[in-house]
Design a protein around this ligand. Structure first.
Ligand code: BGC
Length: 755
């Protein structure tokens, strides 16, 4: 509806009505006003399926919701590295939302995986903001193509569950922009979500719902967001402040602070225009949906098939010794572990879907490979954290009789969920023991994993293959069966690092915080940015994943050997499938910064700046082309409060994963902005030496630096040593070197350098 018409409607609303519209009518519905033609709409979780409640309502996944389809959760979806797939899943979610009358799907959930301990990592996409942002934008585009809104969440810096409603994420400006906001920035600029959900937590002391900096200056003014901001469920603090900051809708409703809004307008504390603006944003989105509402059907079976196809593209093959996988279609295999029969395919909390159907690997195998000889033993009971000798014994027995033992293991629901964090990265001991014992009984042991985030694998050296299926949605079993028996080729790549140990993680010492304050002291060194900068061995790096085929890379070329800030650099590389089966490759482009200048900015050794996923038949070759702009080389400069391109020689790297460079080329980058610098008497001499004007002045003072050293003195200390020592001395220390230098002359020097 046109803006003028909406404003006309607002003009006909009373102050009380307008104040009321700024919160939900109940758990999922917004207020309506039929007399003015404003219809009632509802919102619904999200993010990887619909949790639409018809009966008792809650935000923790406790009460029932309508039957729906569960697609791969964020952890799995991101491993696809596949924008097109995420967009298709989004379109389907949009159609489902139309079918059940949902105006906004609450997702994607896209917070940065700061630590594998975050209880909600299973819903989130990645430790890398580019990957998270691109995939979120694809899903948003898909959903909104059906005239249903989205609500990327939880905005922002909500990377732990512990005390999520009260803790303060204390993050420096650079990490804020480069890591914790960059994902949302891409999602907003490329996906144009209709709404956004602010997080519960405080950011540097201010509740997200009350941060004008976040919700107005950055989100709307910088990024151009034009929808409404809603709170997470129960994330409202002071409603009048929140409205002033740019938070429009309190959820759920009815809010208890409506009277406060009315009073604030009456006593002049709140400008009525601010209220009108919030109501405008809410009505605008209501009409975006209502004017395009269609009678769609919920196509359960069709959507289940898409869930299976999606899961297939998400599984990550982590190990495949001796090419043990894929198995022959008539293989004699023992399926072991409860998750073969009852897969764990989704997490707990607000994203929990009431699936109309699930498909296990055991069930799927009977139709995918009817000729295979499959036996089954439960192996463990995931509701009990115990070592169950009887179940293990039974599993070992069937493993001995089979040619292959395939163990379906992972994390139980109780180990990871919304609302609390994990305490360690271990699998239940009962499952670890099961894997060790089965592997000792059958040398051809394969592990299929169902977990929402990184785990430790103490048994990794004892099994032949590992397939990471994550929480792959209700049809994950079909995907597993097809991959295990070679009807599909795994093409997922890790969207997060798997460290060896929890103690290796960058925020190990500060995760969770103390006294409600969480110091993000690792700064921008999150995930692989930390491990690769430290050249630290990990269990599996970000971007890692194997295939049943092999890909060869060659002919990396840049459109130019130099790049200036306002230009564009085109990078091409040829990729060939040199194996014997069709496969999909994820081509990853990283940028490595110039060598760090003394006292310069610390930067990760490489950062993902572009990626693509391409299908290739055996023998087929394709040229993949990426186009880079200034952002690929920039960091957030805290003096300029803006992106800044430092001049220097950068390296364009085509990588297998964040730890393995395949091809690289240098590019000379020239930045166009200068950084302001104010000289003082405390400016280090090194700074002066790097400034041509300073060099000229210093050369006139040559004798000050020992230019007239005697021979014996210069044997003890070389000119370079002198310079290295002088580098850090403040300008004022020149006073002590020569009687010819006075304080007045230094003050004059500083003034002239600053002029
Ligand atoms: C979650 C949100 C969810 C909302 C509604 C909250 O607990 O953090 O992600 O959308 O509940 O269920």
């Amino acid at each position: 509806m046109e803006k003028a018409k909406i404003m006309e409607l607002i003009g006909q609303m009373s102050l009380e009505d307008k104040a009321k519209f700024c919160s939900g009518k109940d758990f999922w519905r917004l207020y309506s006003k039929p007399e003015l033609g404003i219809p009632e709409v509802m919102v619904s979780d999200g993010p990887h399926g619909l949790r639409t409640q018809a009966g008792d309502q809650d935000n923790l996944g406790i009460n029932d919701s309508i039957k729906a389809v569960c697609f791969p959760a964020g952890c799995a979806a991101a491993s696809s590295f596949d924008r097109e797939l995420l967009c298709r899943v989004g379109q389907t979610l949009g159609q489902e939302a139309q079918a059940v009358g949902v105006s906004v799907v609450l997702g994607p959930a896209m917070n940065i995986k700061r630590s594998p301990l975050c209880g909600r990592n299973f819903e989130y996409l990645s430790e890398d903001p580019l990957l998270a942002g691109e995939l979120a934008a694809a899903e948003i585009t898909g959903i909104q193509s059906q005239h249903v809104g989205t609500s990327p969440k939880h905005f922002a810096v909500n990377s732990q569950e512990y005390h999520r409603m009260t803790s303060s994420s204390n993050v420096d400006e650079r990490a804020y922009r480069e890591i914790y906001l960059a994902n949302f920035e891409t999602a907003v600029k490329k996906g144009h979500p209709w709404t956004i959900m602010n997080s519960y937590n405080r950011i540097n002391g201010t509740f997200a719902c009350e941060s004008k900096d976040l919700l107005t200056d950055i989100l709307r003014d910088d990024w151009g967001f034009d929808g409404y901001v809603m709170t997470d469920w129960g994330a409202m603090d002071e409603k009048v402040w929140a409205l002033q900051a740019g938070c429009d809708l309190e959820m759920p409703g009815p809010g208890g602070q409506t009277q406060k809004i009315i009073d604030a307008v009456k006593d002049g504390t709140l400008d009525e225009k601010v209220l009108d603006q919030a109501v405008y944003r809410i009505l605008d989105v209501i009409f975006r949906y209502a004017e395009h509402k269609v009678d769609a059907a919920f196509e359960y079976e069709k959507d289940h098939d898409l869930a299976a196809e999606a899961a297939e593209n998400c599984c990550v093959l982590l190990k495949n010794e001796d090419g043990i996988l894929p198995l022959a279609k008539n293989a004699k295999a023992a399926f072991i572990g409860q998750y073969a029969e009852k897969p764990r395919f989704q997490g707990g909390g607000s994203s929990h879907i009431n699936c109309f159907r699930t498909e296990s690997a055991l069930e799927a195998a009977s139709s995918v490979v009817p000729e295979a000889e499959i036996s089954y033993a439960r192996g463990f009971d995931d509701s009990k954290d115990e070592i169950n000798e009887a179940l293990i014994e039974e599993a070992v027995e069937i493993a001995k009789k089979a040619d292959y033992a395939v163990i379906f293991a992972g994390l139980p629901d109780s180990y990871e969920s919304e609302g609390y964090d994990r305490k360690h990265l271990r699998m239940p001991e009962g499952q670890n023991v099961l894997i060790e014992r089965v592997a000792a009984a059958n040398p051809n042991t394969i592990v299929v994993l169902h977990n929402g985030s990184a785990i430790e694998m103490p048994w990794i050296g004892k099994v032949k293959a590992v397939l990471e299926a994550y929480l792959g949605g209700q049809a994950v079993g079909r995907a597993e069966a097809r991959i295990l028996f070679g009807l599909a080729n795994p093409s997922g790549r890790l969207a997060e690092t798997f460290p060896f140990h929890l103690e290796d993680t960058p925020c190990y010492l500060t995760f969770g915080g103390e006294n409600e304050e969480v110091s993000f002291s690792e700064g921008v060194f999150v995930g692989y940015r930390y491990y690769s900068s430290k050249n630290m061995p990990v269990l599996f790096p970000f971007g890692y994943g194997l295939s049943y085929t092999k890909f060869a890379y060659g002919n990396l070329r840049l459109s130019d050997g130099s790049f200036s800030e306002s230009g564009e650099l085109t990078v091409s590389v040829d990729v060939t499938n040199i194996g014997s089966v069709p496969g999909k490759e994820v081509v990853q482009l990283y940028i490595a910064p110039p060598e760090r200048e003394p006292n310069g900015i610390f930067r990760p050794v490489r950062e993902l700046r572009a990626f693509d996923k391409i299908p290739l038949n055996p023998g087929e070759s394709r040229t993949v082309t990426f186009s880079l702009n200034a952002r690929a080389f920039a960091y957030w400069n805290t003096q300029l409060h803006d992106w800044f391109v430092e001049s220097g020689d950068y390296t364009v790297e085509i990588c297998q994963d964040a730890a393995t460079v395949l091809l690289s080329e240098k590019v000379a980058v020239s930045g166009e902005k200068a950084l302001p610098y104010t000289y003082t008497l405390n400016t280090p001499l090194g700074k002066l030496m790097s400034d041509p004007r300073g060099q000229a002045i210093l050369s006139q003072m040559q004798n000050v630096f020992g230019g007239g050293n005697s021979d014996s003195a210069s044997e003890a200390i070389s000119d370079e040593m002198t310079m290295a020592m002088m580098e850090g001395l403040p300008l004022r220390s020149l006073l002590g070197f020569s009687k010819d230098i006075s304080m007045a002359s230094l003050v004059e020097l500083v003034a002239s350098l600053n002029s």
